[in-house]
Write a protein that binds this ligand. Structure first.
Ligand code: AHG
Ligand code: MN
Ligand code: MN
Ligand code: MN
Length: 340
C-alpha cells in the first residue's frame, strides 16, 4: 500500500465533493505553517525561541487574555498570519494572541473563509520541553461581507467547515476533520510531508481515564465536585470501578490521548475568577476540538449543552469543557443537569 500524503488525501476529498479547491489550498497552507512552527519549537534552547516575549516598551508582553506571551506564542502567530496572507483563500484571521481579527492585506485577493487559531497551545510546556500544539478552525465568511469584522466570526461551532490541530510531540502530527471523519497524519521529517497514519479515528464510548487540573477542586461548582468525587472514589464508590488520571497541561496533548485511547477531558467552570466561565476559549479551543471529537464518535459539552450548539457572543469567549468518550461525557453532563 503506498503511503497517502495529506496532499493526496485532500485531492481525493475534493474529488468526492467534500472540500472546495479553496478550502483544500487553505488546509495545505495551514499544514505548511505548522511544519514551520514545528521547526521553531524543535530548536529549543539552541534557537532564540524559549522564554517570555518582550513588550515594545520593555517588560513582559501581555496578550488580550491577560497572559504573559511566550516568544513561541508570538513566533507561531506570525508564521500562521504570514503563511495565510497571500493565498487568496481567506477573508480574515482571528487568534488567541490578537484582540481583534486581522483582515487579509490589501495587496492580496480575499477569499471566502475565516481562519481562527490558537497558534501555540499549552505554552507553559515550552520551557520544560514537553508537548505543545496549534489548534485551528475554519468558518465561512458571511455572504456579501468583503471586510470581515470580529462579529462575522461569531458563528456556532456546528458551522465549522474544517477543524484540526498539530501536535508538536516526539513526532509532529496533524489531526484534521472536514466533517467526514477525523484523520491523523504524521510528519515524515525526511520527506517534509504529512502522511496519513490513522484514518477515521474512533474514541471508545467508555473509559476509565479522566483529565482535569485537580488543584482547582475547591473552586468548582457542586455537580462537578460530585462527579469527580465519584470518579476518585473508584470501585468503592457509586461508579464501582477505578479511574486513572492524566494531565498533559496542553489541551492538544490531552485531546490527542483521548482520540487515541479514549478518556474524558474536563476544564470546568470555577469560581476562581467569576468573570471567566472556564479557562478555555470557545472559538479556537473548544469548538475545533469538539468537532474533531464528535467526528471520531465522541461527545463535547459545557457540562449542560453541546459545545457546537453554543452561539458565540465574543471572539475570546471562554467556556467550560467536558469532552471525549461519549458515555462518560453523557454521565458528567447528567450530574450537572440533574443538579440544576
Ligand atoms: P494556551 O497555552 O493556549 O493559553 O492554553 C492553555 C490551556 C490548555 O492548553 C490547557 O489544557 C490548559 O490551559 C492548562 O491549564 P492549567 O494551567 O490549569 O494546567
Ligand atoms: Mn495563552
Ligand atoms: Mn490553548
Ligand atoms: Mn495558545
Amino acid at each position: 500500500m503506498p503511503s497517502i500524503s495529506l496532499t493526496r488525501h485532500l485531492i481525493e476529498e475534493q474529488r468526492s465533493g467534500h472540500v472546495t479547491p479553496d478550502l483544500r489550498l487553505l488546509l495545505e497552507v495551514v499544514a505548511r505553517a505548522c511544519k514551520r512552527i514545528s521547526v521553531a519549537v524543535g530548536k529549543g534552547a539552541l534557537g532564540d525561541v524559549l522564554g517570555e516575549a518582550a513588550a515594545a516598551g520593555g517588560g513582559d508582553s501581555i496578550n488580550v487574555q491577560g497572559e504573559a506571551q511566550k516568544k513561541l506564542d508570538v513566533i507561531s502567530n506570525e508564521i500562521l498570519l504570514e503563511a495565510n496572507a497571500w493565498g487568496g483563500h481567506l477573508a480574515a484571521c482571528a487568534s488567541e494572541e490578537m484582540e481583534h481579527c486581522q483582515q487579509i492585506p490589501d495587496a492580496f485577493p480575499r477569499g471566502n473563509y475565516l481562519l481562527v487559531f490558537d497558534p501555540l497551545d499549552g505554552s507553559s510546556n515550552i520551557d520544560i520541553n514537553a508537548s505543545v500544539g496549534t489548534i485551528f478552525s475554519v468558518l465561512r465568511c458571511p455572504e456579501g461581507v468583503s471586510a470581515a469584522q470580529d462579529h462575522d466570526f461569531l458563528q456556532a461551532g456546528s458551522t465549522q467547515v474544517a477543524a484540526g490541530y498539530c501536535l508538536y510531540g516526539p513526532s509532529t502530527m496533524l489531526v484534521l476533520t472536514i466533517g467526514h471523519g477525523t484523520h491523523a497524519f504524521t510528519l515524515d521529517r525526511e520527506q517534509g510531508s504529512f502522511v496519513l497514519t490513522t484514518g477515521h479515528m474512533r474514541i471508545p464510548a467508555q473509559t476509565r481515564e479522566f483529565a482535569i487540573n485537580m488543584s482547582n477542586q475547591r473552586h468548582w461548582e457542586a455537580p462537578t465536585q460530585a462527579y469527580v468525587g465519584d470518579l476518585l472514589a473508584g470501585q468503592d464508590g457509586p461508579r464501582g470501578q477505578d479511574f486513572n488520571m492524566r494531565w498533559v497541561a496542553a489541551m492538544v496533548g490531552d485531546v490527542h490521548r483521548i482520540l487515541t485511547r479514549g478518556g474524558i477531558f474536563i476544564y470546568p467552570w470555577d469560581r476562581k475568577d467569576p468573570a471567566k466561565p472556564g479557562k478555555l476559549r470557545l472559538m479556537y479551543e473548544a469548538n475545533p476540538m469538539a468537532m474533531l471529537v464528535e467526528q471520531a464518535g465522541g461527545a463535547a459539552t459545557n457540562g449542560r449543552t453541546r459545545i457546537l450548539d453554543i452561539a458565540p457572543t465574543s471572539l475570546h469567549q471562554r467556556v467550560p469543557v467536558f469532552l471525549g468518550s461519549k458515555d462518560e461525557v453523557e454521565t458528567a453532563t447528567r450530574y450537572h443537569l440533574q443538579h440544576d
